[in-house]
Design a binder for this molecule. Sequence first.
Ligand code: HEC
Length: 193
Amino acid sequence: MKILSIVSTLILGGTLLYADAPKTEDANLASVINSGKMATKTLLETLQKNMQEHMKKGGVMEALNFCSTEAYALTDKVNSELPKGITTKRVSIKYRNPVNEPQDDELKVLNSFAEIETAKKALPEYVVEKADEHTYKFYKPLTINNQVCLKCHGDISGDKVLEKAINERYPTDKAVNYKMDDLRGAVVVMIKK
Ligand code: HEC
């Protein structure tokens, strides 16, 4: 795995996880970063806008219905509208839906984010990995950045109806007991060149 670019210094246990991009890769990298930022913004805005509308309309149960029945379909829809060769997804070490389980290379990046969090250092804005000759992956770390996230990812034991609904839909759910500002996972943008 080759980490090509990162905005803030990422030194873990003395290992430098990124290298300056060689000049020949500069142009490619700049376009990867642009695509990554654009796709991340589109995905997050789409999911958050829809989730908040459902929350307003019918409260947490309605928002849960939305997240569990439409978040994935909506991600597909966003992907179909992005330029060809660009797809997005969300991953987490503590995933709720097993389809969001990270692949091996993604897990390495998530683990390095988790180490930064444990060290109480600032998370990078993004990381770019060259996954193979033609594929780049752009990672945007996601945190619990809004109190609303805690309704479904915090301590949910106080709301038995919600807890039951989540456990029924996601029997292997790991995505609870987060606190404000915790690292939640990442958006991954796959970019084919
Ligand atoms: C109304 C409940 C609810 C709220 C509020 C909510 N989520 Fe989720 N979240 C879910 C559900 C349900 C899933 C699983 C979606 C699926 O099945 O595709 C999920 C999945 C995710 C995932 C994908 C990884 C995984 O665990 O499967 C991330 C990342 C995530 N949520 C982050 C957030 C953040 C950040 C916030 C606050 C801005 C938030 N969520 C608010 C219910 C919620």
